[in-house]
Design a protein around this ligand. Structure first.
Ligand code: PAZ
Length: 360
């Protein structure tokens, strides 16, 4: 403990954040798996890509009942992971850091379908075994072969909250530093920009009424507890101040620290780093992507618009702005845009490695 005479070292913003937020329960277990995975693939001189995928939650209570979430199902991440793994010439191993229960490479083709997976099965002729229905069997067999070929080149690790995500990202990217330029960070997760710090988070479920004066969520607070109309605080949050402040849930979130800066500068400076940028207003996309590149000094931002993200993305580097689009024929044939994104990323990573090796 610091005494008045002992020197004190000011904590950086990064240290302060990591000291005041709880690490995920499974971090040590995940890192044991990551270290063994990296050891094996580094020995084989294989490239390793960390693909992050899916949305992060922002819990509102420590014993979490309610949380804020976002739209992402993890399609971009799961699909991209598959194209990295299937590219046998490039020979990547993939750490797939994904939101728990979001889409996964290979199983994504069936896992979130609107019909039950049981509809794909039929009972064999002998009445004893189970088979895929004839109409699905060919596709399933080819998928199973691709999944088995990926085998131990895929390590899948789940996260839930935005805090879990940042802890996992720091630990994994630091561990990937050992790969030098063979490491690739492909950050497609939809990460919340805001969170509720633990010192302002209630331990238990947030109550909708004052539990000391009212037991029911349905009826209004008892007359004795309810201030008279003219005493009540009708704060003007909006143009309809009919609901008193005491009955509103007002959520006041802090910004999530800009951790990509730490990633580039300290956690994994030799890896190639690609961030994704999502916007809904097309007029903002390129400027925001260029702003992120400028601020973090990483290698590439892949920009996309919510509505068109499955048809087009834009590669923004310090040198150029390059749109990648499905042609109308490709779109009609349900070609996945990740089949265009991933080969382009692989060739940029190849250049990154060559540039690094020339300098060394
Ligand atoms: O998960 P999904 O396929 O529905 O969406 C993918 C995406 C839009 C979340 C991804 O392409 C992306 O832009 N991620 C970064 C989002 C952001 O933090 O700006």
């Amino acid at each position: 403990m610091a005494t008045p005479s002992s020197p004190t070292v000011a904590l950086s913003d990064e240290d302060r954040w990591f000291n005041t937020n709880p690490p995920p329960k499974h971090l040590d277990g995940h890192m044991a798996l990551v270290n063994a995975f990296l050891e094996k693939h580094a020995k084989a001189n294989r490239r390793v890509v960390l693909v992050t995928s899916g949305g992060t939650t922002v819990p509102l209570e420590k014993q979490t009942v309610r949380f804020i979430d976002n739209f992402s199902a993890g399609t971009r991440g799961a699909t991209s992971a598959e194209y990295f793994l299937d590219n046998t010439a490039a020979d990547y191993a993939v750490i797939f850091l994904h939101r728990q229960f979001s889409l996964q490479p290979y199983s994504r083709h069936y896992s979130h379908a609107t019909h039950s997976f049981l509809d794909l099965l039929t009972v064999g002729e002998n009445g004893q075994d189970v088979r895929a229905r004839d109409s699905d069997a060919v596709n399933m067999l080819s998928l199973l072969r691709r999944y088995q070929a990926a085998g131990d080149r895929l390590l899948s690790l789940p996260f839930v909250t935005v805090t879990d995500y940042i802890f996992e990202l720091r630990a994994i990217s630091r561990a990937m530093h050992r790969l030098g330029p063979n490491g690739l960070l492909y950050l497609a997760a939809a990460v919340s920009d805001f969170f509720l710090p633990p010192d302002r988070m209630s331990e238990h479920k947030i109550q909708s009424t004052d539990i000391n004066t009212d037991k029911s969520d349905d009826k209004p607070l008892g007359a004795a507890a309810e201030p008279e109309e003219d005493e009540e605080t009708y704060d003007n949050f909006d143009s309809n101040p009919k609901v008193p402040r005491s009955k509103r849930l007002v959520i006041d979130l802090d910004p999530v620290p800009k951790f990509l800066k730490f990633l580039v500068d300290e956690w994994s400076p030799q890896s190639m780093m690609i961030s994704f940028k999502l916007e809904t207003d097309p007029d903002l996309l390129i400027g925001k992507a260029q702003g992120a590149l400028e601020r973090y000094q990483h290698h590439l931002v892949i920009g996309n618009i919510l509505e068109t993200r499955k048809q087009e993305v834009v590669f923004v580097t310090p040198a150029e702005v390059d749109w990648v689009r499905l042609s109308s024929t490709e779109a009609a044939a349900n070609v996945e845009i990740e089949s265009l994104i991933v080969p382009k990323v692989i060739s940029l990573h190849q250049k990154h490695i060559e540039t690094h090796n020339k300098k060394a």
